[in-house]
Design a protein. Structure first.
Lengths: 114, 113
């Protein structure tokens, strides 16, 4: 089975800190995604990557950046954390085909910015 | 651009009752369709998918879904709900030329004993 592992289940940081969320997948998937999930808003795509060192902005990239130096690892960076970035963050991966494929999700990181 | 609508924000059913969660999509061609479940504090897990072929799709945990092209729908069903089915359910659609699925906003299922 595909396993997507997010480094932290819960994280508490302070306003202005630089925050790193790490995600690792073990099935050699080309695509990786970062979403944030907020009540009533569903999943919103922050960034995705379809290959090493490649990244594309999603629907809400402001205040975030990403890094994909290795195929299995996709990092989300909050350059200067703010309270409105308190949320549940989900990482996902999928194989790359000509259409969206089933995604495999990590268990999420619940991030609180104080 | 494609879109996905899950009309019901919350659904409450009694344990043992049947369940149908609605999903409607907007897309000109035949899409790829997915249902995911998210248990409290967890990530999303794929329940089932439709790519082509038989329009009635069987999934895990006793769920099934039916693709109806004429209604642009992909409703999720289960004949008898268990208390452990209480969760958030997401419908998603994938279209040609894009790696990125579009998700509905989710339906929260509450199961009464």
């Amino acid at each position: 089975d595909v396993k997507v592992t997010q480094s932290s289940r819960y994280l508490v940081k302070r306003t202005g800190e630089k925050v790193f969320l790490e995600c690792v997948q073990d099935m050699d998937h080309e695509n990786m995604f970062w979403y944030r999930q907020d009540p009533g808003l569903g999943l919103r795509l922050i960034y995705f990557s379809y290959d090493v060192k490649m990244k594309e902005k999603g629907d809400i990239p402001e205040g975030y950046s990403v890094s994909r130096e290795k195929k299995e690892r996709f990092s989300l960076i909050l350059e200067s954390a703010s309270t409105n970035q308190t949320s549940m963050y989900l990482c996902a991966s999928s194989v790359r085909r000509d259409r969206a494929q089933p995604q495999h999700f990590g268990d999420g990181t619940r991030l609180s910015i104080l | 651009a494609q879109s996905v609508t899950q009309p019901d924000i919350h659904i409450t059913v009694s344990e043992g009752a049947s369940l149908e969660l609605r999903c409607n999509y907007s897309y000109g061609a035949t899409p790829y369709l997915f249902w995911y479940v998210q248990s409290p504090g967890q990530g999303l897990q794929l329940l089932l998918k439709y790519f082509s072929g038989d329009t009635l799709v069987q999934g895990i945990k006793g769920f099934e879904a039916e693709f109806k092209r004429s209604q642009s729908s992909f409703n999720l069903r289960k004949p008898s709900v268990h208390w452990s089915d209480a969760a958030e359910y997401f419908c998603a659609v994938g279209v040609g030329g894009s790696y990125i699925p579009t998700f509905g906003r989710g339906t929260s299922l509450i199961v009464h004993p």
